[in-house]
Every structure is written in structure tokens, then in C-alpha cells.
Design a binder for this molecule. Sequence first.
Ligand SMILES: Cc1ncc(COP(=O)(O)O)c(C=O)c1O
Length: 461
Amino acid sequence: MSYQINIEGEQMRERKILLSEKDIPRKWYNVIPDMPNPPAPPLHPGTKQPIGPEDLAPLFPMPLIEQEVSQESYIDIPEEVLDVLTLWRPSPLYRAYNLEAALKTPAKIFYKYEGVSPAGSHKPNTAVPQAYYNKISGTKRISSETGAGQWGSSLALACSHFGLECTVYMVKVSYEQKPYRRSMMHTWGAEIFPSPSAKTKAGQQILAADPDSTGSLGIAISEAVEDAATHDDTKYALGSVLNHVLLHQSIIGQEVKKQLEMVGETPNVLIGSCGGGSNFAGLAFPFLPEKNNGADIRMVAVEPAACPTLTRGKFTYDFGDAVGMTPLVQMYTLGAGFVPPGIHAGGLRYHGDSPLVSQLYQDKVIEAQAYHQVEVFDAAATFAKAEGIIPAPESAHAIKGAIEEAKRATEEGKEKTIVFNLSGHGHFDMAAYDDYFSGKLQDYTLPDDLLEKSISTIPPV
Ligand SMILES: Cc1ncc(COP(=O)(O)O)c(C=O)c1O
């Protein structure tokens, strides 16, 4: 069914599988009821006892807290949210014919392109509902962190849409590497501080210990959480990791399901890059009911070898931020104080991972792979030459994963169907490409002793 007949009666290949706006999913899919083991409850950072909704109320509006703990399989998407999402959704699913030819593989490769959003990635899928629920709950300002700038720009976009103020703490190394991401956030009306900043106590504490700190997502989260916790009119928003964020991203996989059905395909491998886990989960989780019913589907999360949370981290309770202000969650972690090297996939430089992704990895429902950044950029360049789109360095990890799967299919002579999430474009990451093409890009392997040292700082519960 992946062919159409053109007016001359010849077979025509269909590259883009497109849904109409009326086919946009109207509910989010919640994976928790389909997991073999539910995630462990988050613990209060002080008492180490399970937290209740009231503990989260200073940071999040109640509708999002309800979604965070929901046991419902499906949750309605409000019309006001759908109205904004249709600015770019449904997003296209592409059959990567050129990449298949370049790789000489019998595998069929599809990619879901989330770079069509105004901010250029999947992040607005959750920024929009988060801003909406804050707006209807009376919030005036949202504070957040950003790594590569994708999340910060998505939140700035969503806040401008719903008339909210937006403050973003941007990891310093990215603040310097990606000036145009800052310009985007300014365009949508946000204020931005390089993190660690002197604006918060958490930032001051980090700067006192290391004035040259290049920052990390963990540090920026501490700053944004402190900002929200110390201002009554302000709430905090997180761009990944939390259950409600993964819920919002399920729109991706639900669209992919419909799109694959349109061409009579079912996936054998679903692949996403993994920072906090939201784009991977968004693509893969909606297929878990089929996998539970025996369908031959593997789910692969791809992370950087320089920040190998799933592949080398420890599954335990840890803080989500560097300073220890957030609840303790059970997840794969490298230690909350871990500061990854300044690799170019800034959105993948996080010490922890989503508790849902972590639990499913622990239960061997999903798999993980880690790759070095030079081989990831090799994959990005191969993809850009074949398919045209220049991927974000984060997304290029999924491409590398897909290329490896396709090579395996060639070796095994198998015609498997590979689907990956192209979570964003790389138009603001060209400095990274310059470094790659001029041979300046360095690989980094995390030494065992450094890893053990960082893991040993995780507090006992
Ligand atoms: C384009 C892109 N892909 C992937 C990620 C990783 O985040 P997550 O694992 O939550 O999808 C990011 C994070 O900033 C990103 O900007």
C-alpha cells in the first residue's frame, strides 16, 4: 500500500504519509496501566516519605498534578490545546527511501518529523498544554530551565500564546553556543538568564564552588524550581522526565500508528533519542498495548556515550536537580551532581531519566544504546545528504540507532520496518556541524572512577 498510481497510470512512491487535521488524536495515552510494574512513588526531599498532590502544588497547577498521578489509560485533550497544536500538527511521517538506498538495506525506514513545529522540535507538544493548564489555574509567570534551547523556546512560544510571562534559565554552555535560540525566546517574549546565575541562591552556591561552571540541566532546574517556589504568582514547568510530559508527547506515537496503518505497515523497531525520555516515550509508548499482546516490536532509547544514564547509570532514588530541591524519584541516574561534558547534544546532557522510561528499562520492556558524538554526526551527515533535513544533534542519536538497525537487517537479510523519531531540526546547531566538519569534535568516554564517584554521592533513602 505504500504506492499510489499517478495520472499516467504509473506507480508512484509516496514519501510523506499525511493525516488531515480532523484525524489529530483527541486523547493522550497514559502508559502506566499497561506497565508490568508501576513506577515507584516520588519521595519528599526532606521527610523521604511518599509525596501527595499538595506537596507539588507550589510548583504545578492542579490539572497537571492530576495527570501526573492519573491511572486512566486515556485523557481528553482540551479543544483550546488542539487549536494551538493544529498550527503544525499532525506532523508528517516520511518513508526514508533515499536513506534506504544509500544504506543498501532491505529494511523499510520511516521517520516521524517533529521539526515542523514553530520552535523546531517535539517540545511544544507539552509546552502548549502546560501553559494552557497554568493559564486556566491563574498562574501569571512560568519559570523553567533549558539545555539546548529547544525546550525554552517551546515554552516561550506557548506562554506567548496564552498571555503568560516566561523566565528561562539556560545552561551556560548552550547560552554561549546557541545565541539564536536566545533570540527566538526573546521574540516570543521570554526573559533568559545563563545558568548558573547570581539570580538564585542555588546559582550563587554553584558559582561560589566553581565560578567557571558551564552549567548543567540539573543546576538550571534548581534555579527554575527555586524561582517558582519563592514567588506566589509563578509556577514551574519541566520539558521532559515527568509523567504528564510523556503523556502529552503520546500524540506522536498515536499519529504514527494511524499513519503506518494508512500504508499497511506495522513497526518492528521504534527508536528515539533519550535525554529525559519524552520524545522516545512519545513515539514508543502508544505501541505498548500491541507489544503486550505479542506483537514483534522492539523499543530502543538512544543516548550519548558521554552521558550514559540508562546504559551505565544506577536504578535508584535520586534528585531531579543538582541542589536537592526536587522530590526524589526512582530512575536511572548518574548522580544529581553529575556535570556532563559540553557535548553538542545539549538536550541529552541530563543526569537522570524519566521514571517511566527507567522502570520499563529495568523490566527489560525497552532497550538502550549509547553512541559517541562523532559517529552520531556521521549519521546526521549521511541522513542530511540522503533526505535533505539537517537534524538536531539530539535527534541524530535516533538516526544513528536506526542506521545500525538497518545495517543489522542487511546482514541478516531481513525486511524489517524501522521507525524513528526525528525530534527536531538542527538549524540553530550549525556551529556543532562546523566543529564536526573541521575535525574539532571530540569523543568523550566517561571514566569508571568518575562515574563511581558521582554515583556514590546519591543520598540513601
Ligand atoms: C530536538 C531534541 N530532541 C531530543 C531531546 C531530548 O529530550 P527528551 O528525551 O525529553 O525527548 C531534546 C531536548 O532538549 C531536543 O531538543
